[in-house]
Design a protein around this ligand. Structure first.
Ligand code: ATP
Length: 318
């Protein structure tokens, strides 16, 4: 039995390794899922020049979108595949039009499955619209280089990913040459510097699956620090609501305010403060814009926004 023990232990370690590898593969696919599925046009232009000249106006004109068929979304995350409706070619967005002027913030609000995340993916050009067009500074996103689009548009998804690497390297994905001082500035603005100071290796602490375990709120603030380091003209973000305790929520809120200040932004809003500060709220239902207006205007009109507000926000306010 003694002689069997060694090989058996080795075998069980193999199983652990295989499980770890599988988990890593899943992670890789999650990250791959975030990669754009589109390529540069041969005559693609640099968006930065247009933004410098004309300002970072974002405009959606009669945008429609249908997800590719189930076969084409083989790289989609398991969750997305599970979300596939029984009719995979049913349009997810129909005739969506709105404009965000430079420095303005527009909030997207709507019930689950309304198409808010899909819309945010179109603005970062993870997919191209199947109808209509999205322009920034007057240029159709299909006519700009992916590299310049990624420089102009920054995004913070609801559940931000950190690579198994140091905090400094995770932030330097946004700006490779950033100095340690610049990294600390970004951490301070994102209200995560105090935590990083308490870590044994500071910004050289390894985070991720096998490193220092960050909470959801900490990950989101690091993602905001990464965004601040990149300093994009346009921000597309999904406010996290889940898994945040109230202290973390307050810190995330301050970090988000820093990320949005002075930038053209589209925010999938889950918080009252964001909704109140928005220049306009676009209310989506079943992929249609059913109402647009300020918080006060939409409350006065009644309808879906007033219902959502009562369900989601009235208790928070109370
Ligand atoms: P939530 O508030 O729950 O995040 P949402 O308003 O962001 O919802 P989306 O995630 O954009 O809604 O989903 C809109 C519709 O598109 C849903 O019917 C969803 O099932 C479908 N959908 C989302 N991702 C995919 C995908 N990769 N392939 C096919 N259909 C998808």
């Amino acid at each position: 039995l003694g002689r069997l023990y060694g090989p058996l232990t080795a075998l069980s370690n193999v199983q652990v390794d295989v499980m770890t590898a599988l988990v890593s593969f899943e992670r890789v696919f999650e990250v791959l899922d975030l990669k754009p599925s589109v390529t540069d046009a041969p005559d693609a232009q640099d968006l930065r020049g247009a933004v410098a000249e004309a300002g970072a106006t974002v405009e959606l004109r009669h945008v429609g979108f249908t997800y590719p068929s189930a076969q084409d979304v083989s790289l989609a995350s398991l969750e997305s595949v599970a979300q596939l409706s029984s009719d995979p070619v049913a349009p997810t967005l129909h005739d969506v039009s709105f404009r965000v002027a430079p420095g303005e913030m527009v909030a997207l609000v709507g019930p689950s499955g309304a198409g808010k995340t899909t819309l945010s993916h179109l603005v970062t050009r993870m997919y191209d619209p199947t109808a209509g067009a999205i322009t920034i500074a007057g240029l159709d996103l299909r006519q700009v280089t992916g590299e310049s689009l990624r420089a102009v548009v920054g995004t913070v998804p609801q559940d931000s990913h950190m690579f198994h690497d140091t905090i400094a390297n995770n932030l330097r994905y946004a700006r490779p040459g950033a100095s340690d001082a610049e990294i600390w500035d970004a951490l301070r603005a994102a209200h995560i510097d105090t935590l990083v100071h308490t870590l044994p290796a500071g910004i050289d602490t390894v985070v991720g699956d096998r490193g220092y375990r960050l909470s959801g709120g900490e990950r989101q603030r690091l993602a905001i620090a990464r965004l601040l380091l990149k300093a994009p003209d346009v921000v597309v973000l999904d406010e996290a609501t889940a898994h945040l305790d109230s202290e973390s929520e307050a810190a995330v809120q301050k970090a988000l305010a820093a990320a949005l200040a002075g930038r053209t932004s589209i925010v999938i809003a889950h918080r009252l403060s964001t909704i109140r500060d928005a220049a306009r709220i676009v209310v989506l239902e079943d992929g249609h814009v059913v109402a647009t207006g300020t918080h006060t205007e939409l409350l006065a009109t009644g309808g879906l926004y007033a219902d959502l507000y009562r369900q989601q926000f009235a208790t928070t306010e109370a």
